[in-house]
Design a binder for this molecule. Structure first.
Ligand code: SAM
Ligand code: SF4
Length: 474
């Protein structure tokens, strides 16, 4: 032991910084894994208990290939036992790429004069949403640069607009936000507009790496960002998403930073984050980053398995930044949400951007499949794609936690609602042979409910959807 990490731990207080580098580094240094310890920790997670920072560090430091395989097998088992085969789908929509900050890694940063700057007009926003609805999307995340133009009132107005757009049988039923940290009043304004999750990624929990990568604008202030989701909670938004941008610093440190953030929110607000995101750095227009922290595919997939075991009840989000093969592997470890049919160039849904142009997007994505291709592939692999928004709309917040901790919750709500939203998709948007395949999958899932009196209620609703009813849920 180089020093006692406990001595450096910072007490959790609302809206106060809680990350101590010495605590995290000390824990990582002290964690010397043995086979027995790794197995005990995996067993603890499989018994539905979350892991401490020390236990997570043991998994992080376990590099023996056999142990890595056991960690991945543990994550697979947890996913199968607890979550089943459901995968929730969403799409990002970039509303504006004006930005006053200078994040070295981002194509939108103020100093990048080659970036084409756009803020969607009201009618352009409507057009984009219509296109997304015509694909079959029901859940969006709206993304904004940080700029005086993107006030809380402006963001709230765009959220309201999105909810109002109805194209054919389409509608957006949940709007999440990824935008700059706000003050408490600002968060209240967004709460009133009916947002789902508010995401702010810390990017890196390491102050030194943070300072190197954020050279200007408001985002330079590490503590303002770190305390942002506390302010969201103070404003009444209990549905928040945390994240780290993997590739800015040592991934091991970032994993513990994320877990420390979960601990902080649980300690102070009694509720952990709804989701964790773990984007990996991608190529971006005129971006600069230190290649020494690049996260290999091998470390990345291992890291997702560790996160699943460490916080078994938190939603994990994977995006189209990752290529299809990586997505396929980590889906097995319990990623709960993915985006499908993603385009991140400004106006790309309407203008049908098949090509990527680095100068009109934030960064490059690796998975350019359409939503229908992603749906097809999920169905082929027996995953149950879901567009469910029932919990949020019935006030059952914290659904990941409930899925995990309330016995029978998934069987009673999540799986049936996934089937209902899949049936809607099949009726309204499926192409080629997807409809037949999709109904076969629904049938298979129904057979697993044999003997359950609830099955007939679900069958009735599936029949109503075939006859034209929409938005049915439990
Ligand atoms: N401007 C706001 C902010 O910085 O929080 C809103 C979101 S920003 C448009 C969305 C996220 O994209 C950032 O938090 C960052 O993690 C991620 N990002 C930025 N540049 C990236 C890159 N080159 N590769 C992958 N992700 C990147
Ligand atoms: Fe602006 Fe966000 Fe990009 Fe930083 S990550 S330059 S704040 S859009």
């Amino acid at each position: 032991m180089i020093y006692d990490p406990q001595v450096y731990a910072i007490e959790d207080r609302a809206m106060h910084p809680f990350i101590s580098e010495k605590e995290i580094e000390g824990i990582l240094n002290d964690a010397i894994p043995t086979r027995e310890m790794v197995r005990e920790i995996i067993a603890k997670s499989l018994s539905k208990q979350r892991l401490s920072m020390q236990e997570t560090a043991i998994l992080v430091n376990a590099t023996d290939p056999e142990l890595v395989e056991e960690i991945k097998a543990g994550a697979r088992q947890l996913k199968e036992q607890v979550y089943g085969k459901r995968i929730v789908l969403f799409a990002p929509l970039y509303v504006g790429n004006l930005c006053i900050n200078n994040c070295e890694y981002c194509g939108f940063r103020a100093a990048n004069k080659e970036q084409k700057r756009t803020t969607l007009t009201h009618s352009e926003l409507i057009r984009e949403v219509e296109m997304l609805e015509e694909m079959g999307q029901k859940r969006l995340i709206l993304v904004y640069g940080e700029h005086p133009k993107y006030t809380p009132e402006y963001i709230a107005e765009t959220v309201r607009t999105v909810y109002q757009v109805k194209k054919g049988r389409g509608e957006i039923r949940r709007v999440n936000i990824n935008a700059a940290p706000l003050d408490i009043e600002g968060f209240k304004t967004l709460l009133d507009a009916g947002i789902g999750t508010y995401q702010v990624f810390q990017e890196t929990y390491h102050r030194g790496a943070y300072a190197l990568n954020h050279n200007g604008g408001v985002k330079k202030d590490y503590d303002w960002r770190l305390s942002s989701l506390d302010r969201a909670q103070e404003a009444g938004i209990d549905d928040v998403g945390i994240g780290a941008l993997f590739g800015l610093y040592d991934w091991r440190f970032e994993v513990l930073g994320l877990i420390r953030h979960v601990n902080h929110l649980e300690k102070v607000y009694n509720v952990g984050p709804h989701t964790i995101s773990f984007p990996r750095l991608q190529r971006a227009s005129n971006a600069r980053f230190d290649p020494q922290w690049e996260v290999s595919d091998e470390d990345f997939t291992r890291m997702v398995a560790i996160l699943r075991l460490a916080v078994p009840y938190t939603g994990l989000i994977l995006t189209a930044r990752e290529p299809a093969e990586i997505r396929d592997e980590v889906l097995q470890f319990g990623v709960s949400q993915i985006d499908g049919g993603t385009r991140i160039e400004m106006k790309a849904y309407y203008e049908n951007g098949e090509q990527q142009d680095l100068d009109s997007e934030q960064f490059e994505i690796c998975d350019m499949r359409s939503l229908s291709e992603v749906m097809d592939e999920l169905i082929d692999k027996d995953y149950l794609p879901s567009f469910c928004t029932a919990c949020y709309r019935t006030g059952r917040t914290g659904e990941h936690f409930m899925e995990f901790s309330v016995p029978g919750f998934i069987k009673r709500y999540c799986t049936p609602n996934a089937m209902l939203t899949l049936a809607e998709y099949l009726e309204d948007y499926a192409q080629n042979g997807t409809k037949e395949k999709g109904y076969r999958l629904i049938q298979l899932n129904l057979e697993e409910m044999n003997g359950d009196p609830f099955k007939s209620k679900l069958e009735e609703r599936l029949e109503l959807i075939k006859q034209g009813d929409r938005d049915l849920y439990f």
